[in-house]
Write a protein that binds this ligand. Structure first.
Ligand SMILES: [Zn+2]
Length: 265
């Protein structure tokens, strides 16, 4: 049997339990593997629907390592394929010992793990990678355990590059292709000043995309094999988000994707 298994890793599990979720980059990896003819299963198998999370705009690409379990496919084929894919999407190469991809092979009953560069990952390092993924989820849970001090504003708002909660928001709405934050209350006077003088004007939204549509084939984006921003017969693939579960917001100076702006009323 030849199969590639990828575990669900939902950083927002405390807010949205029982969903099968991987990162947006993992979705792109799955598309690549499917296009190469491999069977890819995202675990748990029992849940059919696959969702993906989009991160705060300030996070660097592939900040979370991706775990891939490979069954019955030669090591060199998969590591070569994934290394090519990674070098394609990197804006800048990762630091020497940074693991962005952990690929586990079953070699005669022994589990052997390699990083994106083909180097072996020790059992100790592998468990620290698993812990870092759990920590993401538990950090988020902790931030939700301190309930909002402001009525009807349940979503924490962070400031870029920090885990500091500087305000609370009511909702995000879509209007004319843009995203608008509703009911933003900033509780930090210094941050309020940075917003007032226009220094912090961007907003990044993180959460889970539950339904999205590909502009090239008009099908569900998770199921098709097109990748956003790439061109197919001259037509750029764009993703329309139809259903989004908000997790958190960040105020940013320069959003990576100009997703949203703060509009004062
Ligand atoms: Zn498509």
């Amino acid at each position: 049997m030849q199969e590639i298994r990828i575990p669900s890793t939902n950083p927002y599990v405390s807010l949205y339990p029982d969903l099968k979720v991987v990162s947006r980059e993992t979705i792109h990896l799955i598309k690549l593997l499917r296009a190469e003819g491999y069977s890819v299963v995202v675990e748990p198998k029992e849940i059919a629907e696959l969702n993906y999370y989009v991160e705060k705009g300030f996070r660097e690409i592939l900040a979370d390592p991706i775990l891939v379990y490979v069954i019955g496919i030669p090591t060199a084929i998969i590591t070569g394929l994934l290394a090519n894919w990674l070098s394609d999407i990197w804006r800048k190469p990762p630091k020497q010992n940074e693991t962005q991809l952990a690929i586990e092979f079953d070699e005669n009953g022994n589990k052997v793990r390699y990083s994106q560069s083909g180097e072996k990952i020790s059992a100790k390092k592998f468990s620290s990678i698993l812990e870092s993924l759990d920590k993401r989820a538990s950090d988020f849970q902790k931030s939700c355990e301190n309930p909002s001090p402001i009525e009807k504003r349940p979503y924490p708002v962070y400031i870029e590059h920090t885990a500091k909660v500087i305000g609370w928001a009511k909702n995000v709405i879509t209007r004319n292709e843009g995203l608008y934050i509703e009911g933003l209350r900033i509780i930090d006077p210094e941050v309020q000043q940075l917003v007032d003088n226009g220094y912090l004007s961007g907003l990044s939204v993180a959460g889970i995309v539950k339904k999205s549509t590909c502009s090239v084939c008009d099908s569900d984006y998770v199921s098709c094999n097109h990748i956003t921003r790439r061109k197919y017969d001259g037509k750029e693939c764009l993703v329309r988000i139809d259903d989004f579960a908000i997790a958190e917001f960040s105020l940013v100076k320069n959003p990576i994707q100009p997703l949203a702006r703060i509009v004062k009323k």
